[in-house]
Design a protein around this ligand. Structure first.
Ligand code: AMP
Length: 463
């Protein structure tokens, strides 16, 4: 393995990397930096957490270190404001001993300050596609001097409908530019876009899935859909320390969880696309400074969240697909740190559970040792192979433990159907608080109506 010096980086960059505490390049850095310095285009399949930001910013800084000519020499496109800001922060850190001016432009805020910065002269511009084109159309941006074009999280940009904007931006840059193209996943549409933009690229696939998954402790909490909130409250009282990034499927879901957590006395903030830029930045900064313990986010809003040593990721809602799962859990255990990912897996999440296990080539640990566990029938259904004709065959089959393979169910398993009462084995705090949560229990028992959940835990947390 080569070190940063051997990759050909100039002294001011090496000094900044020393300050940042980076000892050796990560695999994506080793590959990309060397190729980029040699002048190759790069197609990198790498996700956040692999060190890809430095992989593309360092060779850019290296190249422009001695250039005196004015003008935008590198353009970095990113899907979201958060990611754009994150990249700009990295640029600031890595170029601290150089005279390089960078700027970041993104939508959702007034363009006034961005235009003022652009007027002062910029060497490296980080931008989301929409705002970039707006400012270009207004004559504030000249892309004719661009030597480096970077597309970061290209898959996400396509998901967000930026394909035409991207093609347009590319057409505005000089043909002899060098292009670095990164995507966490490489489905056909992304590859097609890449091949239309890149020239004879060097390719790099940092198979993050297995590596990420192996580094992170993962647990599937087998929980009834209508008891997820109680489960969260329960989990939070058992884990009183450590920051949490919690994922919901929808913006509304994020707001609801945030509200409930706050009512229960937890320091939680939600970020998603409907929040103002100011609110998102504040939320993110508060989280980074550890002023809030829980950040509730949707997948899109979570892009670019980079918090060192985040101990927990909770999938309150299961992700849409296995790749998103890997993305999400990659937010914990970053840059060598260990982390834990907890997912609430409900009765109708069987297919996604299978897809995830297949994707990461691991059988995940299934926790059934809690008060809100799926019924035995539901657990049996979770085990069934798809296309085996529904659940009726297995109805009433008891147990099922171990059927998931090595990961299997955690000890404790399920004991009785419908199990609505807390298990004796629950640690620390009596779980009886949670049975007061008011969430309706399908299988009889506790049905106190839709009172606000978390009440039980609120008490214990606020105490
Ligand atoms: P990224 O994948 O670019 O979002 O980076 C993930 C995290 O890894 C960030 O917190 C970086 O500061 C950190 N990082 C990047 N490169 C290195 C390195 N070579 N050594 C240690 N940490 C790094």
């Amino acid at each position: 393995m080569k070190n940063f010096e051997e990759l050909g980086l100039v002294p001011p960059i090496l000094k900044a990397l020393l300050d940042a505490g980076y000892e050796n390049p990560t695999p994506v850095q080793e590959g990309t930096i060397e190729w980029a310095i040699e002048g190759h285009d790069v197609l990198g399949c790498a996700q956040t957490g692999t060190g890809k930001t430095a992989a593309f910013t360092l060779p850019i800084l290296n190249r422009i270190a001695d250039q005196k000519e004015k003008g935008i020499k590198a353009l970095i496109l990113a899907p979201t404001r958060e990611l754009a800001m994150q990249i700009a922060n990295s640029l600031r850190d890595y170029s601290k001993y150089m005279r390089v001016h960078h700027a970041v432009v993104y939508g959702g805020v007034s363009a006034y300050e961005q235009i003022r910065t652009l007027r002062r002269g910029v060497d490296v511009l980080v931008a989301t596609p929409g705002r970039l084109l707006d400012l270009y159309d207004q004559g504030h941006i000249n892309l004719s001097k661009v030597q480096f074009l970077v597309l970061d999280e290209a898959d996400r940009m396509l998901d967000m409908g930026f394909i035409h904007d991207i093609k347009h931006v590319v057409s505005l840059t000089p043909e002899n530019r060098q292009t670095l193209f990164f995507s966490a996943t490489m489905p056909a549409d992304v590859r097609k876009l890449a091949m239309g933009i890149l020239r004879d690229p060097k390719q790099l696939d940092i198979a993050p899935t297995q590596a990420t998954a192996e580094r992170i402790e993962q647990e599937m909490i087998m929980v009834r859909r209508d008891r997820k909130r109680s489960m969260l409250a329960h989990w939070l009282t058992e884990h009183e320390e450590g920051q949490i990034l919690l994922f919901t499927k929808t913006k509304r879901g994020a707001d609801r969880v945030e509200e409930d957590l706050r009512e229960a006395g937890f320091h939680a903030v939600a970020i998603h696309g409907d929040k103002s830029q100011g609110a998102r930045t504040r939320a993110l900064n508060d989280f980074k400074r550890n002023k809030s313990r829980i950040l509730v986010a949707t997948d899109v809003a979570s892009r670019g969240i980079d918090v060192d040593q985040l101990p927990y990721v909770i999938n309150f809602d299961m992700p849409e697909n296995a790749e998103t799962y890997v993305h999400r859990i990659g937010r914990t255990g970053r840059a060598g740190a260990t982390g834990k990912a907890i997912s609430f897996c409900c009765e109708d999440d069987r297919d996604i559970l299978r897809e995830i296990e297949k994707h990461i080539k691991m059988t995940l640990n299934k926790n059934t040792d809690h008060p809100f566990v799926l019924t035995p029938e539901q657990l049996s259904m979770m085990e069934e192979q798809p296309g085996r004709g529904g659940s009726s065959q297995n109805k009433g089959r008891s147990g099922g433990r171990g059927k998931f393979g090595k990961g299997g169910f955690k000890s404790g398993g399920f004991k009785s159907g419908g199990n609505s009462s807390p298990r004796n084995g629950d640690k620390k705090k009596s779980s009886s608080t949670f049975s007061q949560s008011g969430e309706r229990n399908k299988s009889g028992g506790n049905s106190r109506g839709p009172a606000k959940f978390f009440k039980g835990s609120a008490k214990s947390k606020n105490a």
